[in-house]
Design a protein around this ligand. Structure first.
Ligand code: BLA
Length: 493
C-alpha cells in the first residue's frame, strides 16, 4: 500500500508495449521465416522491399547460432549499401528477427566486455555492501557508456524506486537519495524488463518506423518485439523523458532472485547511441551486479537467521529450566524484545498482561491482542498499525509496528513485539501526485524538482529473519506448554 494517492495505472499498464508495430529509426529490421528463409516483413526505412531482400541474402546465416540465448545474438559486421552494419538476430516464436545498425569504429568491438571482466570484477569483489557495490557500478557504467548521468535505482516493497548511487557530469542535477513513484514504470513494462534486461533510446525525439508486410505475407503489426533492441518505445515514456530533460536513455535491469530488484538508469541531455558490443558489456555489468547483490543479501540473511536461531535456543533453554509459565518470557535475561529488535514486548494470557521495555498502555495491548486473536493467524505482522487497525491510532499513539504470535488454539495467549512510529521524510524527484488524468489520457509528470513528503504511521519494517525467529519461538513455546500439560496430567494420575 502507498501513502500517496496514485493515478489509475490500468490505463498505462494496458499499453501493448511488446507489439508496437514499429521500430526506432537508428537501425533497420527484417523478419523472416527461418525454415524457408522467406522475407515476411521489413522496416519502412529500407529503400525498398528489394533492398530488404538483399540485406537478408548477405547474412552468413547459421541457424544453430541463432538458437542460443533469448536476446539478439551477434552475427557480424557486414558491408552493405555503401556502409558497414552490425547485424544481430533472435528467434521470436516461429520467426527470426534480424536487426541492422550502422557499425561503430572497429576498435571498440572487443574492448568493452574485456574491460568489464578485467577491471570491474575485482572491484566488485572488494565491495562489502550493497551501497558499495552500487557506487562501484555507477562509476563503471558512467565510464563505459559516457552518459551524462548514471544512477542505480532500487524498488522498495511498494514499487517506488530509490536512487542508491549516482555519477554525474557537470550540468546534470543530482537525484541521489530521491524516490521515484511506482507509477513512473507501469506493470507490463516491469514484467518486460524482468525478462529483457537492456533497452536503449538514443533519441527521444524520433519518428517511429513501421513494419511493412513483404509481398504475400501477413500483416506484421502484431509481431512480438519484446527482445528486439530497436523496438519502438511507448510515446508516454518519450514524453516523460523530454519532461525530465533527457534525450537519450538506457536502462539495464537488476534481477535478484527472479524479481526486478532495480535498474541501472543512464541519461543524457543530448542524443547518444551505443554500439552492440558496448550494450552487451552493459548487460553483463547488470548481471554481475545482480549476482553480487544476491550474494550479499543471502549472506546477510543467513547470518541474521543463525544469530536469531541461537537466541531462540537460549530463550527456550532458560524457559525450560524455570516453571515454564509463559509470563517468564518478559524476564530481562531472556531478551524478548531483542529477538525482533523491538522497543518493547508483551505477553498476554487471557486478561493478564506482562510487559518489558517501551510498550503501549496495558489496556490497549489487551484490546489489540483481542483483535489479533480474532484474525485466527499464527503470526501477525505490520509496520503500519494505524492503517490496518483503525483504533490503533488513538489507543497506541506513537506505536506503528506490531509483530505477534498466538500460542494457543483455545485461549487468548499472545506474545507481542512493538516498534515506534518513525516519521519518514521522503524526497521525491517531483511531486508524484502530478500524474493525474487529463483529457482522457494519463500524462507523465512535468517537474522533477525535489519535493518532500512526510510519511506517518509507519515503523521500521520487520525482517524475514525476525518473522522466522518469532515463528520458531512460537513452536518451541507450544511444545513447552504441551509438555507441562502432560506432566501435570501425569502428576494428577
Ligand atoms: C518506461 N519509465 C520507463 C523506463 C524508465 C522509466 C527507466 C524504462 C525505459 C528507459 O530505459 O528509459 C522511468 N526513468 C524512469 C525513472 C527514472 C528514469 C523512474 O530515469 C529515474 C531516474 N510513465 C509515466 C506514466 C506512464 C508511464 C504516467 O510516468 C503511463 C501512463 C509509462 N514508462 C511508461 C511506459 C514505459 C515506461 C509505458 C515503457 C516504455 C517501453 O519500454 O516501451
Amino acid at each position: 500500500m502507498s501513502a500517496l494517492p496514485l493515478p489509475d495505472l490500468s490505463q498505462c499498464a494496458s499499453e501493448p508495449i511488446r507489439v508496437p508495430g514499429a521500430i526506432q529509426p537508428h537501425g533497420r529490421v527484417v523478419v523472416l521465416a527461418p525454415h524457408t528463409g522467406r522475407l515476411l516483413a521489413y522496416s519502412a526505412n529500407w529503400e525498398s522491399e528489394q533492398q530488404a531482400q538483399e540485406a537478408l541474402a548477405i547474412l552468413p546465416v547459421d541457424s544453430g547460432r541463432l538458437r542460443t540465448g533469448n536476446g539478439p545474438a551477434w552475427i557480424g559486421s557486414l558491408p552493405f549499401a555503401g556502409r558497414t552494419w552490425d547485424a544481430a538476430a533472435h528467434w521470436q516464436g516461429e520467426r527470426v528477427i534480424v536487426e541492422y545498425e550502422p557499425a561503430g569504429p572497429a576498435a571498440s568491438m572487443v574492448a568493452p566486455i574485456y574491460a568489464v571482466a578485467r577491471d570491474l570484477l575485482p572491484m566488485l569483489q572488494l565491495a562489502d555492501s550493497v551501497p558499495a557495490l552500487c557506487e562501484t557500478v555507477a562509476r563503471e557504467m558512467k565510464r563505459l557508456t559516457g552518459f551524462g548521468r548514471c544512477l542505480i535505482y532500487r524498488f522498495d516493497s511498494d514499487g517506488h524506486g530509490e536512487v542508491l548511487a549516482e555519477r554525474l557530469d557537470r550540468g546534470y542535477h543530482s537525484y541521489l537519495g530521491h524516490r521515484f513513484p511506482a507509477s513512473d514504470i507501469p506493470a507490463q513494462a516491469r514484467e518486460l524488463y524482468r525478462v529483457n534486461h537492456i533497452r536503449l533510446i538514443p533519441d527521444a525525439n524520433y519518428d517511429p518506423v513501421p513494419l511493412l508486410a513483404a509481398q504475400g505475407a501477413p500483416d506484421p503489426a502484431g509481431t512480438d518485439l519484446s527482445f528486439t533492441a530497436l523496438r519502438s518505445v511507448s510515446p508516454v515514456h518519450l514524453e516523460y523523458m523530454r519532461n525530465m530533460g533527457t534525450l537519450a536513455s538506457m536502462s539495464v535491469s537488476l534481477v535478484v532472485g527472479g524479481r526486478l530488484w532495480g535498474l541501472i538508469s543512464c541519461h543524457d541531455h543530448a542524443p547518444r547511441h551505443l554500439p552492440f558490443q558496448t550494450r552487451v558489456a552493459c548487460e553483463h555489468v547488470g548481471r554481475l551486479l545482480s549476482l553480487q547483490i544476491q550474494a550479499q543479501e543471502d549472506n546477510a540473511e543467513v547470518a541474521q537467521r543463525l544469530a536469531l536461531h541461537q537466541r531462540v535456543l537460549t530463550m527456550v533453554a532458560l524457559m525450560a529450566e524455570s516453571d515454564g509459565t509463559l509470563q517468564r518470557l518478559v524476564e530481562p535475561e531472556l531478551g524478548l524484545p531483542q529477538l525482533a529488535a523491538a522497543s518493547g514486548a508483551a505477553v498476554v494470557l487471557n486478561d493478564s498482561c506482562w510487559t518489558i521495555g517501551e510498550v503501549p498502555p496495558v489496556d490497549a495491548i489487551r484490546q489489540l491482542a483481542h483483535w489479533i486473536v480474532g484474525r485466527n493467524e499464527d503470526l501477525f505482522s505490520t509496520d503500519r498499525l494505524p492503517e490496518v487497525w483503525a483504533p490503533g491510532e488513538a489507543l497506541l499513539p506513537g506505536c506503528a509496528g506490531v509483530l505477534a504470535v498466538s500460542i494457543s488454539q483455545v485461549h487468548r495467549h499472545v506474545v507481542l513485539w512493538f516498534r515506534p512510529e518513525i516519521v519518514q521524510t521522503i524526497r521525491w524527484a517531483g511531486d508524484p501526485r502530478k500524474t493525474l488524468p487529463s483529457a482522457g489520457r494519463i500524462h507523465p509528470r512535468q517537474s522533477f524538482d525535489s519535493w518532500q513528503e512526510h510519511v506517518r504511521g509507519r515503523s521500521a519494517p520487520w525482517a524475514a529473519a525476525q518473522h522466522a525467529a518469532v515463528a520458531e519461538l512460537r513452536l518451541a513455546l507450544l511444545a513447552l506448554v504441551l509438555r507441562r500439560a502432560e506432566e501435570m496430567a501425569g502428576h494428577a494420575v
